[in-house]
Design a protein around this ligand. Structure first.
Ligand code: UD1
Length: 315
């Protein structure tokens, strides 16, 4: 894809999704600044591009370093956040300083520096547990965690900055993102990162509930593509888009696919369902498809196979 911009900032660029974005931007010849406080991101995620980027170690709450990192950038991809929902439940105030005030700092820095467009990472969590499926952008959000409130507040600020200051903003509501570099270390990490680690270590996985619950899993490179399309599109002000595939997979089927790919013969251990676990999640992607021409490229099988290869070689 040919970019309509020459220089971009990726906040959280050393993290799981951010580092894949950096790879794609560097690949496309864009000059890239990365701002990351390395709280959950890792420098090793940027090893392959380190000669081509300018890295700033710092926090999005620190306006001085943010100013340096934004300088000269036409686009900002804002991925930096406290991404653990559980952590935001345990630390609602501390996480709000990063996820709300930090984001406000990014938007304001963008305004002051005349940045053309900010693409913000939002989440399907804003929908809460409403049973209506698939989720579409016009549904009333119903956040059920500090994390979801924080992401929704980011969207509202993005809207405000667009109206008040004419800043171009696009919020992407990510569904269940998976792929290489996703950290499997907490029990609340993404289920695919946990299951692939189990398969690699030849241990059995835990399935919470009956395993019939479904998710809309999207491969990280498709999320990157959605970000690039959002940054590139002209005449697109203040938009919110679901970023999923519209296809769903049950947790039982997921383990079956992983068993097939990895050759593991372990049986899953069925445990009590997680409290608050939603049964089904699926994205309606009509808007992002028609307005950005977005089409997920990776089938679930292909994405899973690529992710398995990475876990096998890197753990
Ligand atoms: C995801 C997000 C979360 C967001 C929520 C609502 C991730 C990692 N989490 O949670 O931030 O608030 O959507 O939009 O993307 N499971 C097992 N065994 C395991 C781990 C998980 O059976 O070892 C099950 C869970 O109970 C759940 C499903 O797998 O039913 C998916 O879990 P998870 O990857 O944590 O994602 P969400 O619950 O969808």
């Amino acid at each position: 894809m040919k970019f309509t911009f020459k220089k971009a900032l990726v906040t959280g660029g050393a993290g799981f999704i951010g580092s894949h974005l950096v790879d794609a931007l560097v690949d496309g010849g864009c000059r890239v600044n990365v701002l990351d406080n390395l709280a959950s991101g890792k420098l090793s995620n940027l090893d392959q591009v380190k000669e081509y980027i300018t890295f700033y170690k710092g926090d999005i709450q620190d306006q001085k370093i943010l100013d340096k990192a934004i300088n000269g950038c036409e686009v900002i991809f804002h991925e930096a956040a406290v991404v653990s929902v559980t952590k935001t439940v345990k630390q609602p105030v501390e996480s709000a300083l990063v996820n709300e005030i930090g984001t406000l700092n990014v938007l304001d820095g963008a305004r002051r520096h005349g940045v053309k467009r900010v693409i913000l990472a939002s989440s399907s969590a804003v929908y809460g547990d409403s049973p209506e499926l698939p989720k579409h952008e016009s549904m009333t959000p119903k956040p059920q965690s500090p994390y979801a409130v924080q992401k929704l507040s980011n969207e509202i600020y993005a809207d405000l900055y667009s109206t008040l200051y004419g800043l171009g903003t696009v919020c992407l509501r990510y569904f269940n993102v998976y792929g290489p570099r996703q950290d499997p270390s907490s029990p609340y990490s993404g289920v695919i990162s946990i299951f692939l680690t189990c398969a690699n270590e030849k241990t059995s996985c835990r399935i919470y509930g009956d395993g019939k619950q479904t998710r809309d899993f999207i491969f990280v490179k498709d999320v990157v593509q959605a970000n690039l399309l959002a940054a590139n599109a002209m005449a697109l002000e203040n938009k919110v888009f679901n970023t999923g595939t519209s296809k769903t997979t049950s947790i039982n089927h997921l383990w079956q696919l992983i068993s097939d790919i990895s050759g593991t013969r372990e049986n899953p251990e069925y445990c009590e369902a997680r409290s608050g676990d939603i049964l089904e999640s699926a994205a309606n992607i009509n808007q992002i498809s028609s307005e950005l021409n977005f089409k997920p490229e990776f089938s679930f099988k292909n994405g899973l196979a690529l992710t398995w290869k990475w876990y096998r070689n890197n753990n």
